[in-house]
Each structure stands twice: as structure tokens, then as C-alpha cells.
Design a protein around this ligand. Structure first.
Ligand SMILES: *[C@@H]1O[C@H](CO)[C@@H](O)[C@H](O)[C@H]1NC(C)=O
Ligand SMILES: *[C@@H]1O[C@H](CO)[C@@H](O)[C@H](O)[C@H]1NC(C)=O
Ligand SMILES: *[C@@H]1O[C@H](CO)[C@@H](O)[C@H](O)[C@H]1NC(C)=O
Ligand SMILES: *[C@@H]1O[C@H](CO)[C@@H](O)[C@H](O)[C@H]1NC(C)=O
Ligand SMILES: *[C@@H]1O[C@H](CO)[C@@H](O)[C@H](O)[C@H]1NC(C)=O
Length: 490
């Protein structure tokens, strides 16, 4: 691989002298090119910086590691070439290497001990290659490696002890592989790992045991996986974990109440899954959680006390979940909530009674909702000059008189013209008599008015509520199904 250094050959050129070599280069170009082995301060067609001790041979169609790399090189960029393998000893002549970029080559094979001589190696990038299997020992002796990128390869399985010697490794990326299985001891030895991202794999489970080796893990990002459930203690022993991201798990429907047990998370993000309610029971121990993102899940209702255990939550983000109802006390217990993001939902209102107290609230996003500007939103109106709407002031979708009007454009005096409520009233409240033949159907109409628009409920003479689900001969049509005012039935 390494041409034998001639007199004054590249391996022996002190870096301070390389500048003079470069200055002289134009004068002696003809001579040096006829003297192989001399002037090899930089491999042909590559760019070298003596000061940075870097050699960059990006996109040079190389099929081998080029000759002429200075021995002192610390940064070697061989990305976007056509290298097919890394054999033990290929990089041995450059023991000072700290960062090697082999991304976007065609590497399908790594030999055991491929990098074993590189005691100073800190960063190794193998993204975008053809690796199917990383043999045990491929990363042997890389005790100083802090960052390893294996994403966008073709790995199907991570074997036991693959990363055994990497005790300084802090960042590992294994996303965009075809991983179907991570062996229970694959992460053994990664005692210093702080960030792990597993993305776009065909994994259908991640066992608690597999993750249990990662004692120093601070953030775990798991994206685009086909996992259907979070089981009890899925993350046990990750006592240093502070942030967990679960994103794009389209099949996730179940989160066990004990799945986050023994974790002490500061932020949690469960987004783009198929969960239909807030997994309140699993939040029980998360007393230090400050940020929660539940966006893009089909959660249409926030039930009372849904977040009751999240005593320190500051930021709650639920964007585009199809939220239609925030029930009274839904945000009960959130004494420290500062940022609430309910942007792009189906909320007609957000009542003060849903909050523990609206006093802690600083930023509110409720834009992109069909908001009815009536007395229920008066509390927002009254605080419209101090609340931060994050640049998106909510707009009234109704009633018609104020449709399309932005909440910030109401004057103080207008507040009490629009943001008032009218008690619900039944119109034409009188006995209805209908004569019908046996077998014919009969319907009774009930009209009610008020602001907000009242909901209509029918009560039977036995004082039972008649619902759409009531069986028997009686049905309640959607137009008058629910309601406050009592209409006489039958
Ligand atoms: C880490 O690098 C330092 C020099 O930067 C070296 O002294 C030490 O031996 C290396 N440790 C390992 C385990 O390779
Ligand atoms: C992973 O899933 C993708 C898409 O479903 C598929 O194309 C690929 O063949 C799968 N890989 C493995 C190893 O199962
Ligand atoms: C999500 O849940 C709905 C209803 O529970 C179901 O119809 C749908 O197939 C689920 N989606 C996926 C990707 O599993
Ligand atoms: C919440 O999650 C969504 C989807 O992953 C993401 O796009 C958004 O940036 C997150 N928002 C915050 C405030 O973290
Ligand atoms: C609210 O969510 C939207 C959409 O994800 C995002 O662009 C915005 O930055 C968020 N704002 C806050 C304050 O969380």
C-alpha cells in the first residue's frame, strides 16, 4: 500500500517544511514528477493541509487506499469513493489517525482488527456502505473511539460483543440498516455510550436486556420501527437516561404502565404512533419530566388528570393529534406548565377549567383549530397582550360575526360584545302532538339556542337518557342527539 519512502520521502518530511515544499512546488514540478518516491507530501488528486494534518480524497473514484498519505496524518477523508473492503493493516502506516471518513463507499467487508493499530482514532464514519455483517473484533482495540457511524448499511443482525472494546464510545449510529435482530449482548462493553440512535430498521422488538448494558446512556432515539408495544421495564437499568424519543412507530398501540419504570427522564417524545390516549399510568414515576411531545398520535380527547404525575412539566406539545376535547381538569396537576402547543387540532374551545392554573402559562399555540370565540375563550382574550402566541395568533372560526377575526385585533370594549355566553334555551317549548298510523315512524323536533350552541339530550318519562345507542324502537338523530335542555320525549 505504502510506497517505499525515498530520500527525503514523504514519511520523513517534517510538517513545518511542507509549506516550503509547496511554495517550491511550481518550480520543481517537472523535476519531482520524474523522481518517484520523492515529493509525496500528498497523494495525487487529493487535497492535503499540513497545518490541519488532513488528507482529503473525497469523490476520487479510488478503489484502494491511495499511496502517499503522510504518516503524521490525523484526518483522513476517503468518502464517496469505490473502496470495497478494509483489511487488517491497511491503515497501520498512519498511527496518528484521529478521524477516518469512509462514508459512501462500497465496503462490504471489514476484517477483524481492521483498525486495531489506530490507538488515537476518535471518529470513524462508515455510513452508506454495503456492510451486511460486522465481524467480532472489527473494532478491536479502539479504546479511544468516541463516535462511530454505521448508518445506511445492510446489516441484518448485530452480534454479541460487536462493540466490546469501545469503552470511550459516546455516539453510535446504526440507523437505516435492515436490522431485524440485535443480539442480547451486542452492546456489551459500551460503558461510556451517551447517545444512541436506531432508525429505520425492521426490528420488531428491543429487549430490555439488550439496552441494559448502556449504563451511561443519556439520550435514546428510536425512529421508524415496527414495534407494536412497549413492555414492562423496556428501559430498565438506564438510570442516566434523560431523553427518550419514540418517533414513527406506526404499529405502536400499547404502552405498559411499567414501561418507563426506573427511568428519570427530563424529556419524552412519543410521536407518529397509533396510541389513542395519553399513557397516563406510565408517567407515574416521571417526576422530573419537563418536556413532553405527543404530537401526531390519534389522541382525540384529553381526559381529566391525564398528566397528574408530571409535577414539573413545563412544555406540552400535542400538534395534529385530531384533538377535539380537552375535558375539565385535563391539565390538572401541571402547576408549572409554561408552553402549551395544541396547534393544528380540532378544538372548538379550551376552557380555563382544564388547567391547574393558567397563571404559569407563557406561550400558547392554539392556531389551526376551529375556535368558537365565546365566553369560554374570554380568559385567553384577557391575557392576549401578555401571552406569547409564538407568532401565530389564534383566529376565530365562529360565531359568524367574528369569523376570521384574529384574537389580537379585538379591542377591550369589544370583549364583552362577543365573548359573552347566552344561557341555552329551548325554542317553542310546548307539548308536541303527532297522530300516526300503527307501524309508521314518528319524529319530534327539538330546537335550542344559546352561545355556545347547546347540546341536546332527550330524557324518557322514566327520566332515563335516550342516546343514539339506545336499543329498541327509539333513535335519536345526530341533529338533536345531545343536549342540556330537557325536551319532553314520547
Ligand atoms: C488513547 O490515546 C492516547 C493518546 O492520545 C494514548 O496514550 C492511549 O494509549 C490511547 N488509549 C487507548 C486505549 O488506545
Ligand atoms: C425491511 O423492510 C423493508 C421494507 O418493508 C424491506 O424492503 C426489506 O427487505 C426488509 N429487510 C429485511 C432484512 O427484512
Ligand atoms: C391504527 O389503529 C387503527 C384503529 O385502531 C387501525 O385501524 C389501524 O390499522 C392501525 N394502524 C396501523 C398502522 O397499525
Ligand atoms: C414534536 O414532535 C414532532 C414529531 O416528531 C416534531 O416535528 C416536533 O419538532 C416536536 N416538537 C417539539 C417542540 O419538540
Ligand atoms: C408548536 O408546534 C409547531 C408545529 O410542530 C412548531 O412549528 C412550533 O415551533 C411549536 N411551538 C412551540 C412553542 O412549541
Amino acid at each position: 500500500m505504502t510506497g517505499s519512502p525515498g530520500p527525503g520521502g514523504r514519511a520523513l518530511v517534517p510538517w513545518s517544511r511542507v509549506w516550503r515544499w509547496l511554495l517550491a512546488a511550481s518550480l520543481v514540478a517537472v523535476i519531482t514528477s520524474t523522481l518517484p518516491g520523492s515529493s509525496q507530501a500528498c497523494p495525487p488528486r487529493c487535497e492535503c493541509s499540513a497545518q490541519l494534518r488532513s488528507v482529503s480524497c473525497q469523490r476520487r473514484r479510488l478503489t484502494n487506499i491511495p499511496e502517499g498519505i503522510p504518516t503524521e496524518t490525523q484526518l483522513l477523508d476517503l468518502s464517496k469513493n469505490r473502496l470495497r473492503w478494509v483489511q487488517a493493516g491497511d491503515l497501520a502506516p498512519y498511527p496518528r489517525l484521529e478521524e477516518v471518513d469512509l462514508s459512501e463507499n462500497l465496503i462490504a467487508t471489514l476484517e477483524p482488527n481492521a483498525f486495531a493499530t489506530l490507538q488515537s482514532l476518535k471518529v470513524l464514519k462508515l455510513r452508506g456502505n454495503q456492510l451486511k455483517l460486522v465481524p467480532m473484533g472489527a473494532f478491536a482495540k479502539l479504546g479511544n473511539l468516541t463516535s462511530l457511524d454505521l448508518s445506511e448499511n445492510k446489516m441484518v443482525i448485530l452480534l454479541d460483543y460487536t462493540f466490546q472494546d469501545l469503552r470511550s464510545l459516546k455516539h453510535l449510529e446504526v440507523g437505516d440498516n435492515d436490522l431485524v435482530y440485535i443480539s442480547h449482548k451486542a452492546f456489551s462493553g459500551l460503558v461510556g455510550l451517551e447517545d444512541l440512535m436506531i432508525e429505520r430498521c425492521n426490528l420488531t422488538s428491543i429487549s430490555g436486556q439488550t439496552l441494559s448494558y448502556l449504563r451511561s446512556l443519556v439520550t435514546l432515539r428510536l425512529r421508524h420501527l415496527s414495534i407494536t408495544a412497549l413492555e414492562d421495564q423496556n428501559f430498565r437499568k438506564l438510570s442516566n437516561l434523560r431523553g427518550l424519543e419514540i418517533d414513527h412507530w406506526p404499529y405502536l398501540e400499547y404502552i405498559s404502565p411499567l414501561s418507563f419504570q426506573s427511568l428519570d427522564l427530563h424529556w419524552l417524545s412519543i410521536t407518529n404512533t397509533n396510541i389513542t390516549s395519553v399513557p397516563s399510568a406510565s408517567f407515574k414515576n416521571l417526576v422530573h419530566l419537563t418536556h413532553l411531545n405527543l404530537s401526531y398520535n390519534p389522541i382525540t380527547t384529553l381526559e381529566p388528570w391525564a398528566f397528574r404525575d408530571l409535577l414539573r412539566l413545563k412544555e406540552l406539545v400535542m400538534v395534529s393529534t385530531g384533538l377535539t376535547t380537552v375535558e375539565p381538569h385535563a391539565l390538572g396537576g401541571l402547576r408549572q406548565i409554561r408552553v402549551l402547543n395544541f396547534s393544528s387540532n380540532d378544538l372548538q374551545t379550551l376552557e380555563e377549567g382544564s388547567f391547574h392554573s393558567v397563571n404559569s402559562l407563557e406561550t400558547l399555540r392554539v392556531d389551526g383549530n376551529p375556535l368558537m370565540c365565546d365566553c369560554r375563550l374570554l380568559w385567553i382574550l384577557q391575557r392576549r397582550k401578555t401571552l406569547n402566541f409564538d407568532g401565530r395568533v389564534p383566529v376565530c372560526a365562529g360565531p359568524v360575526e367574528v369569523q376570521g377575526v384574529s384574537l389580537s385585533s379585538f379591542t377591550d370594549s369589544a370583549l364583552f360584545d362577543h365573548f359573552t355566553c347566552q344561557k341555552p334555551k329551548i325554542r317553542n317549548r310546548k307539548l308536541q302532538q303527532v297522530i300516526a298510523r300503527e307501524g309508521q315512524s314518528v319524529s319530534f323536533l327539538c330546537r335550542a339556542e344559546g352561545e355556545p350552541t347547546p347540546i341536546i339530550i332527550w330524557i324518557s318519562p322514566q327520566r332515563r337518557r335516550i342516546t343514539t345507542k339506545s336499543s329498541g324502537r327509539i333513535t335519536v338523530l345526530p341533529s338533536g342527539t345531545f343536549g342540556d335542555p330537557l325536551c319532553p320525549a314520547d
